[in-house]
Write a protein that binds this ligand. Structure first.
Ligand SMILES: [Zn+2]
Ligand SMILES: [Zn+2]
Length: 125
């Protein structure tokens, strides 16, 4: 439940927050800031403000930035992608390489990795 995601992260449930969060979930891998803004009936600056609140409260996180657009996803759907620079194919990593990184006494609230490579098919051709 979208409402529970807000409540569990100490956020008050408001109609607009629910709306933005639902949009991010429904857009899945296409949840760019552009697509989010155009799928909700809320003005752009409010959407930005809600997204910042959701990030600060660990509900969502910023994904990698493709083609200068910011993408967002649920924190619980934490994934990393690797993109082939030749055919542009995108694969998902099975685990988070960041899990084993020692950041000292910092509390990490967000991280992203941009991984590019050459896929098996492109390597062989
Ligand atoms: Zn490739
Ligand atoms: Zn990670």
């Amino acid at each position: 439940m979208v409402e529970d995601l807000l409540k569990n992260n100490n956020l008050k449930v408001t109609k607009q927050r629910v709306c933005v969060l639902k949009s991010i979930i429904e857009l899945e891998d296409n949840a760019s800031i552009h697509n989010i803004v155009s799928s909700v009936d809320i003005d752009k600056s409010t959407v930005y403000r809600i997204i910042n609140t959701l990030i600060t409260n660990n509900v969502i996180e910023k994904d990698i930035n493709y083609d200068n657009l910011d993408y967002y996803k649920l924190k619980s759907n934490h994934k990393h992608y690797i993109k082939c620079v030749k055919c542009k194919k995108i694969s998902t990593l099975d685990s988070c390489p960041f899990d084993n990184v020692d950041v000292g006494d910092f509390e990490v609230i967000n991280h992203s990795l941009k991984i590019e490579g050459i896929c098996k098919d492109c390597k062989e051709s």
